[in-house]
Design a protein around this ligand. Structure first.
Ligand code: NAD
Length: 479
């Protein structure tokens, strides 16, 4: 019998109004579980529970918050293999990647457990005699957390942990493709010692559950990670009622390879950044911008390495690239391969649907030589497709790197300290990598982008306080 993933509302597990099914993208005959799907009324009941819990959780001591978050972090770390297996089965990234993500989610909870003990504030002398000034951070109230499918443990963790650390109550809505991971996280939180209603999980569609959260006047703030289209609609709706909004959206991240870079190592970074996690990372290196003198050599290295990648079942030992998450995503990836060919981009490798012993959404990683204005070099594919783009020199490479509506992450491979330093200053991105893949970030420092990639304060690290708190300035007469 399939596991039944339920909502967690006001401290109780609830069945849904309708049911959905979560499939294993590596093996469509394997049903990960059935999941509850909420309607607007059930979502509103979760919002009301979060409103009612505001006082209890918002006035809880730092020690209590530390204990709750530390408990969740410890359990995630202790169960990383089991949770990683669920993640790999439901989302399709390889088992080592999935175990790494479960561990990262644990580290994030541990980090914010510590932050709960260090909520910052200031006490200053007033410009007036006999007056003290205090600047403190207070919870926002009810926050809605809406997340995508591609990091189904880590992204929820980096929203839920700071939301709770700073005293907010939460309604969490995971993506419909990964209800099992959302449920597993909620199951741990349900035993962590929170007051009823402080954390709620509502499963279901973006249109029903997501939109109800965005439009509810009882929701004080919304943190969203997902596509640009949905993010922009959320921004418009939330701004209209003046709710605080944080958006993390797409990317079309450049990795610049200069002629002085160790090419083998640069190719390793490019393959890792472009294709691991099946290219389904907002930080994926989808534009490989290579200086002309080494372009042909680098392209050949990339062609060989891309063709050698092992595509297979996410849970199978030796698999380097798991399946794509869903049939729709596979179709989107294949359609971009067709667009690339149609636009006249030069095909170097992959881009074909594959058959494996189990029926799943398999595709060989695709590599093209593209012109900067071609669609595959400009639009986010969110799959294993990368473009090589020729640059005349460093200045041209930098201009190409910045010639995108997005600005999440930008990387450079070079032996030149001067060029690396210049790139760090002038790349129009929220994150810059030097001699590293564009994907792969630390859990204790800010994450986020510029331009169409992000809106609002950064996530993660100490900067998370900027979104999850509101500042109060208090004046006290001392005499
Ligand atoms: P998506 O925008 O389709 O969905 C994201 C979430 O929003 C899901 O939970 C979905 O149910 C919900 N949603 C959909 N419509 C909604 C609506 N009208 N109102 C409220 N909520 C709604 O994105 P996805 O397909 O799950 O994820 C892929 C996208 O996420 C890619 O574009 C990728 O770049 C982006 N992403 C960005 C980051 C980042 O931090 N920048 C990280 C991971 C993924």
């Amino acid at each position: 019998m399939a596991t039944h993933f339920k909502h967690f509302i006001n401290g109780r597990w609830e069945t849904g109004v309708t049911l959905g099914v979560s499939e294993n993208p590596s093996d469509l005959s394997d049903i990960v579980g059935e999941f509850a799907r909420a309607d607007a009324a059930q979502t509103e009941s979760a919002i009301r529970a979060a409103v009612d819990a505001r006082e209890a959780w918002g006035s809880s001591t730092p020690q209590r918050r530390f204990e709750v978050l530390d408990f969740v972090g410890s359990e995630l770390l202790a169960r990383k293999e089991e949770l990683g297996t669920l993640l790999a089965r439901e989302e399709g990234k390889t088992l080592p990647e999935a175990i790494g993500e479960a561990a990262r989610a644990g580290m994030i909870f541990k980090f914010f457990a510590g932050e709960a003990l260090r909520i910052p504030g200031e006490r200053l002398a007033s410009v007036r005699p006999g007056v003290d000034v205090e600047v403190t951070r207070e919870p926002l109230g009810v926050v809605a957390l809406i997340t995508p499918w591609n990091f189904p443990l880590a992204i929820p963790a980096w929203k839920i942990a700071p939301a709770l650390a700073y005293g907010n109550t939460v309604v969490f809505k995971p993506a419909e493709l990964v209800p099992g991971c959302g449920w597993a996280l909620a199951e741990i939180l349900s035993r962590a010692g929170l007051p009823a209603g402080a954390f709620n999980l509502v499963l279901g569609s973006g249109r029903r559950v997501g939109q109800t959260l965005v439009e509810s006047p009882l929701v004080d703030a919304i943190s969203f990670t997902g596509s640009v289209t949905v993010g922009e609609a959320i921004l418009a709706a939330a701004s209209a009622r003046r709710a605080k909004v944080q958006l993390e959206m797409g990317g079309k991240n450049p990795l610049v390879v200069l002629a002085d870079a160790p090419l083998e190592r640069a190719a390793e970074h490019a393959v890792q950044g472009a294709f691991y996690s099946t290219g389904q990372r907002c930080t994926a290196s989808s534009r490989l911008i290579v200086e002309a003198p080494v372009f042909d050599r680098f392209a050949e290295l990339m062609r060989q390495r891309t063709r050698a990648l092992v595509v297979g079942h996410a849970l199978e030992r030796g698999t380097q690239i798991g399946p794509v998450v869903s049939r729709e995503q596979l179709e989107q990836d294949l359609s971009y391969v067709a667009i690339g060919r149609h636009e006249g981009a030069e095909w170097l490798a992959g881009g074909e649907a594959l058959e494996r012993p189990t029926r799943g959404h398999y595709i060989s990683p695709a590599l093209f030589v593209a012109q900067p204005k071609q669609r595959i070099a400009r639009e986010e594919v969110f799959g294993p497709l990368a473009c090589l783009i020729r640059a005349d020199d460093y200045e041209h490479a930098l201009a190409l790197a910045n010639d995108t509506p997005f600005g999440l992450c930008a990387g450079i491979c070079t032996d030149s300290l001067a060029k690396a330093t210049h790139f760090k200053r002038h790349a129009q991105a929220g994150m810059v990598m030097v001699n590293l893949p564009t994907a792969g970030v630390d859990p204790h420092v800010p994450f986020g982008g510029r331009k169409a990639s992000s809106h609002g304060p950064r996530e993660q690290g100490r900067h998370a306080a900027e979104f999850y708190t509101t500042v109060k300035t208090a004046y006290t007469a001392t005499g």
